[in-house]
Design a protein. Sequence first.
Lengths: 337, 258
Amino acid sequence: MGNAVITRNLTKRFGSLVAVDHINLEIKNGEIFGLLGPNGAGKTTTIHMLATILKPSEGTAIVAGYDVRKNPREVRKKIGIVFQDMTIDRHLTGYENMWIHGRLYGLSGNELKERINMLLEYVGLSDWKDVEVRKYSGGMIRRLEIARSLLHRPEILFLDEPTLGLDPQTRVHVWEYITRIKKEEGMTILLTTHYMDEAEKLCDRIAIIDHGKIIALGTPEELKSMVGEDVIYIRVARGNGNVRSFIEMLHGVTKENAIKPLAPGYFSLTVKNAPEVIPKIFDMAREFNVKIMELRYSRATLDDVFLRLTGRRIRDETGSWADFIRMRRAIHMRRRR
Amino acid sequence: MKDFIDPFIAMWYRQVKRFLRAKPRVVATFMQPIFWLLFFGLGFAAAFRTGGAVGPFMGLDYLAFLLPGVALMTVFVSSFMSGISVIWDKEFGYLKVVLVAPSSRKASILGRSMGDATIALIQGLIILIIGYPLVPSMNMGNIHLFILVSLLVSISFASIGIIIATKMKTIEGFQLIVNLITTPLLFLSGIFYPIDVAPDWLKPVILANPLTYGVDAVRLLMVGKGTFAFTTDLICLAVLSVVFLLIAVYQFEKATID
């Protein structure tokens, strides 16, 4: 078990902006590795450098055994990539897009033909292969791009925000393909995402990246145990029983200062393990004759990990806004073309 | 060798396929030169005939003077537009797909320019044939040389388009830049009037324009009148097309997505 990707102080500057700041990573053969972070964290820039289409300002990376600076051509032969924005020629059919790609990678003849048909079948686009891509839905284009990236049997697959802008159902489909590719082909996959659920569901290991730096690295479970806390939200009926004493008692099951009032009669408390604590809360409520109207809890998420590390959330960063702009731009462009 | 042929064929195929798919574009590229021939050419030819003005046009009827140049204009506009359309690949991300492939970039860009040239050449030929009934005195026996000249012109301008596109950072002002470049090149090429009647201060620009030699050559070939010797035209064109092609290949070779 060697390493598929090793980065050494990989750095990219755009003018005075440091987009990627001395990143050192080791991605093992055969794992799905996730780069999780908000938009603008440097995820795409990192992928572009690993894929040899952007020159590092400093440091380097070894991809599939070759240095991206010294041997870009050898690296290119070993990798497949699905870019963040759609990179399919919309005026060609699905089959034609695949065919041109195959020729660019030195495939031809019957071998290429069979491989294309097999992959189109794999992503469920066989019936659409002779239709111009501009008539495809966003999800279909993504599936075609995934099929295209597999054409030359790469050793390492880069997926840059593979489900950005897709509807929930299509996202689940794309996730299925990714896990199948790993299982059936034993491919190493590096994916970037700013969706916590995606990272958690797919990745064997995750690096959390912010402002171009890796700020945490580990399996999803390891990362979440860094926070090690669940949050319980409770709403009680007002003017019923002794609420004050009830809250006083709650301090016994939580850490200091871990009870936060959110609204009159509504508060949250942070605990080590919610399922254990909740029965005790009900016991106390009965004791003080307090009526609980609502109780729910949430377990620590990767977003909480990010919050703990940076004081900000991944989600409501520029994220949604940038997505919005990007999607609007995509729609605008499609119309213009 | 296969390393070169494969990407060359892939990119050639892409250009030709895309063109055939875009029906409005096919129609538009034919309409423009036809408008020039019919609405401009017929009118001016009639006007000059009334005044008996054949002298300024090398002793040719104005339609005969105009037609070979308009056919070559089609080649020029088509190849330049295809070349500069690399900017759209940049904008839509397709360029990344080409850059991340292990295949020879030289071969990719050569395939692309030859694809552009193929389309441009066919368009020019079609205009020439459509115009033939208007100028039956044309020497169609020279059509193979017309093809050669068209090929050189389209390689030059597809390359110039690619050079500009790789330099441009955004598509802002795309249309403006296209007009800013094509309009002077068209009017200062001898398509519409003989270059020796142009004011002296314009002549250096005219002589620096690759299109001038192309127009001169095809006029000489098709209607028998020209300013320079055919070999002079051909040598100038060949040198210019090779130079521009090499610059385009070099630019593309070192392109990144910065």
